[in-house]
Design a protein around this ligand. Structure first.
Ligand code: NDP
Ligand code: GDR
Length: 340
């Protein structure tokens, strides 16, 4: 039985990847941080023993900032694949905690790679790289060859992780891959990322629990896909003959504004806009009620205005295609939030 170790298993991607690998017959181990309140909601249905089911995931305490815990787990459980999904993954928060973000996102990758090199260089390694590396984009659409220009402590830390992955591949012949993934969302997306903030906001408004949604830059453009589709690409990268780096994206870009319009449209509300800049409002066309307002609080010191991926290499080499459309993704997220 193949064994995989996942960092960030309690996160959105970790939970989908764990399910995907279990379906493939893997024994799945996950690293979790000690937390003052339980944070395993996304994987509770998979935890070994909890529901009397044997072939499930096994969790171990560890932390990307603690080399000893990583070395010990890699040595003890002898995984054949490691997926490094753990990160302080919120771009805006990285401006508030830049040092922590750098330690976990940049040096965390180094710690894992160095442990692989020392313990067992045959272990295959996946690095969760990001379209945020492109930042202030130099060309559109972005491919594996587009120059990087990171715009946040998060992205700068991920740039280190990207290059140290390549360096360990070249210097020590590790099977180490970067997946340069564009934004991917799901009903399990963290509630402070813009898509889920909008879909939970709509659900709360309909249930009378919230008056309106307060957002920042609604003209930012993103290439949004479905997380469930993207974890397959991660796995495919590690099944190839040679390690390489791949862009994973849908090839469509939309503004946050469009996301809002379609999400409200799905619940029968036509959203119209009034005003400009910080005074702009999203209004229910029928009732005139203000549903969206803009606040400086959610603008970033440096913004990434436009992301649009070209995943041709991934389509051709990995035979991977996204299955869930932008519209379907929004419907899935809104419906899920309304029904829970
Ligand atoms: P989430 O924020 O949902 O999950 C992040 C995970 O990292 C959580 O399990 C979290 O644990 C864990 N983590 C945080 N700090 C540490 C630490 N010090 N040691 C160990 N684990 C830690 O992110 P996603 O699932 O959305 O993203 C997965 C990865 O992919 C991240 O690296 C992200 O930066 C990257 N990425 C994501 C994209 C996206 O659109 N989703 C696009 C491109 C890249 P806890 O539950 O304890 O907080
Ligand atoms: P991003 O995702 O920064 O692209 O990083 P996020 O959903 O946080 O922001 C997307 C865009 O929406 C704008 N925005 C807001 N964002 C948030 N969070 N809250 C708001 O109220 C709001 N209003 C407008 C943002 O300014 C931005 O332009 C995600 C993370 O998953 C990273 O870990 C990953 O690497 C990248 O996607 C690819």
């Amino acid at each position: 039985m193949k064994k995989a170790l996942i960092t960030g298993i309690t996160g959105q991607d970790g939970s989908y990847l764990a399910e995907f690998l279990l379906d493939k017959g893997y024994e799945v181990h996950g690293i979790v941080r000690r937390c003052s309140s339980l944070n395993t909601q996304r994987i509770d249905h998979l935890i070994e023993g909890k529901y009397g089911n044997e072939e499930k995931i096994v969790l171990h305490f560890g932390d990307l900032s603690d080399s000893n815990s990583l070395n010990r787990l890699i040595d003890k459980f002898e995984p054949c694949e490691i997926y490094n999904l753990g990160a302080q993954s919120h771009v805006q928060v990285s401006f508030d905690v830049p040092e922590f973000t750098s330690d976990v996102n940049a040096l965390g990758a180094l710690r894992l790679l160095d442990s692989i090199k020392e313990v067992n260089p045959k272990i295959k390694y996946y690095q969760a790289s990001s379209s945020e590396l492109f930042g202030k984009v130099k060309e559109t659409p972005q491919t594996e060859n587009t120059p990087f220009n990171p715009r946040s402590p998060y992205a700068v830390a991920k740039l280190y992780a990207y290059w140290i992955t390549i360096n360990y591949r070249e210097a020590y012949q590790l099977f180490a891959c970067n997946g340069i993934l564009f934004n991917h969302e799901s009903p399990r997306r963290g509630k402070t990322f813009v898509t889920r903030k909008i879909t939970t906001g709509i659900s709360n408004i309909l249930k009378g629990k919230q008056e309106k949604i307060i957002l920042g830059n609604i003209d930012a453009k993103r290439d949004w896909g479905f997380a469930g589709d993207y974890v397959e690409a991660m796995w495919l990268m590690l099944q190839q003959n040679e390690p390489d780096d791949y862009v994973v994206a849908t090839g469509e870009t939309h503004t946050v504004r469009e996301f809002c319009e379609l999400a409200f449209q799905h619940v029968g509300i036509k959203l119209v806009w009034d005003g400009e800049g910080i005074s702009e409002k999203g209004i229910d066309y029928k009732t005139g009620k203000e549903l969206i307002s803009i606040s400086n609080q959610y603008f970033r010191p440096t913004e990434v205005d436009l992301l649009l991926g070209n995943a041709t290499k991934t389509h051709n080499k990995l035979n991977w295609e996204p299955k869930v459309s932008f519209e379907k993704l929004i419907e899935m997220m809104v419906d899920s939030d309304i029904n829970t």
